[in-house]
Write a protein that binds this ligand. Structure first.
Ligand code: NAI
Length: 245
C-alpha cells in the first residue's frame, strides 16, 4: 500500500538535492506535489520530468522569504488539489565564512531562509491543518543543529533554532493532530556542498562516505508518513555516525 496515497505535499527547495529525491519518492508513494523553489528553470524541467513518469505535480517559483508569495502558494495548493496534508520545509542555504568577517546582512539572509521561513511557512500550514483536522510538518534541520562547527555561525544557529522550533510546535499542537518533526542530515552529496573538499567530509564521517539524497528521502518519507505516527517534536539524525562521536 502506498504510504502517501492522495496526500497533498508542499516541498520547499523541492527541485534539487534532498528535496528533489524526496519529491520523487513521495510521488512514487502516491503523493500529489506542490514543489517550491527559487530555481525556476530547474523547477519547470523537474516537474515535467515527474509528470512524464505519471506523477501529479506543480511547480511554483518562490523565494521562501517572500511573505506574499507564501500566501499564493497555499491558495494555489487549495485551488489545485483542494487540501494540504504535509508541509516539508526543506529549502536552505549554507554559509561558510569566518565569523569576524560575516556582516549582519549575510547573517540575516541565512537566518531568514534557514529559520524564519520555516516558522512562517509552518504557521500557514498549521492554520490549514487546524481547519482540516490535522497534518504533518517535516523540517530539514542539520546535524549542525546539534553540534557546532567553525566558520558557519549563522547556519548552525539557524539549524539549532529549527530543532527547538520543531520541539515547540510539536508540543503546541500535539493534541490537535499536527505532528512536527525534523530531519537532521549529515554530509550529503548535493549542490549545497559546492566545492567543499569531499575527502575532508568523507574522513570526518565515521562511515567514511557521504550520504545520498535518496537516503535522506527515505528518512523524510518516514517522518511525513504514518510510519512515524507516534513521533512529534523530535529529530531524526541521519549522518553516517557523525554526531555519535
Ligand atoms: P540543494 O542546494 O540541492 O537544495 C536546496 C534547494 O533550496 C535549492 O533548490 C535552492 O534553489 C533552494 N533554495 C535556497 N534558498 C531558497 C529560497 N530563499 N527560496 C526558495 N528556495 C530556495 O541542497 P540540499 O542539500 O538538498 O539542501 C536541502 C536542505 O538540506 C537544506 O535545508 C540544507 O541546509 C539541508 N542540509 C543539507 C546537508 C548536505 O550536506 N547536503 C546537510 C544538512 C542539512
Amino acid at each position: 500500500m502506498a504510504k502517501l496515497k492522495d496526500k497533498v505535499v508542499i516541498i520547499t527547495g523541492g527541485v534539487s538535492g534532498i528535496g528533489a529525491a524526496s519529491a520523487e519518492l513521495f510521488a512514487e508513494e502516491g503523493a500529489k506535489l506542490v514543489l517550491v523553489d527559487m530555481n525556476e528553470e530547474l523547477g519547470n524541467s523537474f516537474v515535467e520530468e515527474l509528470k512524464g513518469k505519471g506523477h501529479e505535480a506543480i511547480f511554483m517559483a518562490a523565494d521562501v522569504t517572500d511573505h506574499d508569495r507564501v500566501k499564493e502558494v497555499f491558495e494555489t495548493t487549495r485551488s489545485t488539489y483542494g487540501k494540504l496534508d504535509i508541509l516539508f520545509n526543506n529549502a536552505g542555504i549554507g554559509e561558510v565564512k569566518p565569523s569576524e568577517e560575516l556582516d549582519y546582512a549575510e547573517w540575516r539572509k541565512t537566518v531568514e531562509i534557514d529559520l524564519d521561513a520555516v516558522f512562517y511557512w509552518s504557521q500557514f500550514a498549521i492554520k490549514e491543518f487546524l481547519k482540516s483536522g490535522g497534518g504533518v510538518i517535516v523540517n530539514t534541520a542539520s546535524m549542525y543543529g546539534w553540534v557546532g562547527s567553525p566558520g558557519s555561525a549563522a547556519y548552525n544557529a539557524a539549524k539549532g533554532g529549527v530543532i527547538n522550533l520543531t520541539r515547540s510546535l510539536g508540543l503546541e499542537y500535539a493534541e490537535r493532530h499536527i505532528r512536527v518533526n525534523a530531519l537532521c542530515p549529515g554530509f550529503i552529496e548535493t549542490p549545497i556542498l559546492g566545492d567543499t573538499n569531499r575527502e575532508f567530509l568523507t574522513n570526518a564521517t565515521p562511515m567514511k562516505r557521504l550520504g545520498t539524497p535518496e537516503e535522506m528521502a527515505k528518512a523524510a518519507l518516514f517522518l511525513a508518513s504514518d510510519d512515524s505516527s507516534f513521533m512529534t517534536g523530535n529529530s531524526l539524525i541521519v549522518d553516517g555516525g557523525y554526531t555519535a562521536q
